[in-house]
Design a protein around this ligand. Structure first.
Ligand SMILES: *Cc1c(COP(=O)(O)O)cnc(C)c1O
Length: 410
């Protein structure tokens, strides 16, 4: 988002005009930004065989999936529905990694039948897999290295008390199962959580994975998951992807040499690819002063962007209807009948009813975590590509609220 010709624009498209044309609340994605992030990652790992598996759950509109596919990525899916969505968007089964947690074996069988790579995260499932498929279907194993990383307890998933992955301490047991069924393990995976800051944490995870990998024959790839941190506020440090690229590539090449074959290195970025590309545009319904604060009430809330309330996430907000004039301190709140704070005590250019507020970093875990709570409609989505806005999801209507409800005689 930049100021040009006296308006906030993305690729020359005026954001206030988009709000007028398509209404609010409105999710807007900058396609160039997504492509730029993919390129950065590709460049940072240009000396190794990199495969990017975009984490579908971050933003799962089929047009976003098509866009990242065109840029050469595969995908990581965490539900059978995401697997199907990715196939619908045009991914070949072999480009899809399926990383489920706590799903039934039926769902895993369904995924095997579709031809996608399965990433198994517990020993009982590994045994089921062995019983059914033996060595016939290649498989990846998700390990939990017990590294505590990530910005918030809810998003760090690699620690000792996490439900994800097979504990690195159970490796002996894993080998017994692998040997007993002759499993064809071609990949090992770790995902330590979201908001990992620096190369050191990645390297720590990498060392543990390298050690484990030496004990497996016939590996084709190592998957380091996602979790690169992006800047949410001015002055935030984001993952220095070049630094991570240099250090991890170097360590990876040394490992490959020792292992005796050139493996692929996989990453599953979600946030890193789509967070900064997304904006949620909302309209100011009311400006209300109380003894302690001036609240700005907008036509959206935790039903559309749950991150502030769920993860205590900081999202930058800008009054894009005002380019100059004095700033005042406001607390931006949603219209949901709950405490529904989007941004507390922020300086914005003087806000009036009808102004449009842009909520930044709304690309990842924004729309994909939205709901109809309070029987509200979900927003439309716009993807800006080649300097043109494209509607990629229609705004919901009242019919959508009634859809699937069954009326009985009361
Ligand atoms: C959510 C998830 C990711 C993506 O995490 P980000 O923080 O968005 O990069 C990657 N891999 C797996 C298995 C995940 O569950």
């Amino acid at each position: 988002m930049e100021i040009k010709d006296n308006q906030y624009q993305i690729q020359g498209v005026s954001l206030t005009q988009l709000a007028k044309d398509y209404g609010t609340p409105l999710y807007v994605y900058d396609g160039d930004k997504i492509l730029g992030q993919i390129k950065k990652l590709q460049e940072a790992f240009s000396t190794v065989k990199l495969r990017i598996k975009y984490a579908t759950k971050a933003l799962s509109n089929i047009n976003i999936l098509k866009l990242v596919k065109k840029a050469g990525t595969g995908v990581d899916a965490v539900s059978i529905e995401e697997v199907k969505l990715c196939m619908y968007a045009g991914f070949e089964p072999q480009e899809i990694m399926y990383t489920p947690n706590s799903v039934s074996f039926d769902e895993i069988q369904e995924a095997v039948n579709l031809g996608v790579m399965i990433n198994i995260d517990n020993i009982p499932m590994l045994e089921h897999f062995g019983t059914y498929y033996g060595n016939k279907v290649p498989v990846c194993i998700r390990l939990n290295p017990h590294i505590l990383a990530g910005g918030n307890a809810k998003i760090s998933v690699g620690h000792i008390d996490s439900k994800f992955g097979i504990s690195i301490l159970q490796l002996k047991h894993v080998h017994k199962v692998v040997d007993a069924y002759g499993l064809n393990v071609i990949g090992l995976h770790v995902h330590t959580g979201s908001d990992i800051l620096d190369a050191e944490v990645f390297l720590k995870g990498a060392e543990i994975l390298f050690d484990a990998a030496k004990e497996f024959k016939g590996l084709k790839f190592l998957d380091f998951g996602g979790g690169f941190k992006v800047a949410y506020k001015v002055g935030d440090i984001s993952t220095n992807i070049k630094d991570v690229g240099n250090k991890v590539s170097k360590a990876f090449k040394e490992f490959c040499k020792e292992y005796g074959s050139e493996l692929e290195i996989w990453f599953e970025p979600g946030k890193f690819l789509v967070s900064e590309a997304g904006y949620l545009l909302v309209k100011v319904n009311i400006v209300k002063s109380t003894p302690a604060s001036t609240f700005v009430g907008v036509d959206s809330g935790l039903n559309h962007l749950i991150r502030p309330m769920m993860y205590d996430a900081y999202h930058d907000v800008v009054n894009i209807s005002k380019l100059d004039g004095p700033e005042r301190v406001y607390t931006i709140v949603g219209y949901i009948c709950e405490t529904d704070t989007i941004a507390a005590d922020r300086k914005l250019r003087e806000v009036q009813e009808g102004d449009i507020i842009a909520i930044k970093n709304a690309g990842a875990y924004g729309f994909s975590m939205s709901s109809n709570y309070n029987s509200r409609l979900r927003p439309a989505e716009i993807l800006i590509l080649n300097g043109k806005p494209n509607l990629i999801r229609e705004r919901e209507t009242f019919d959508d609220i009634l859809r699937h409800q069954v009326q009985i005689e009361i």
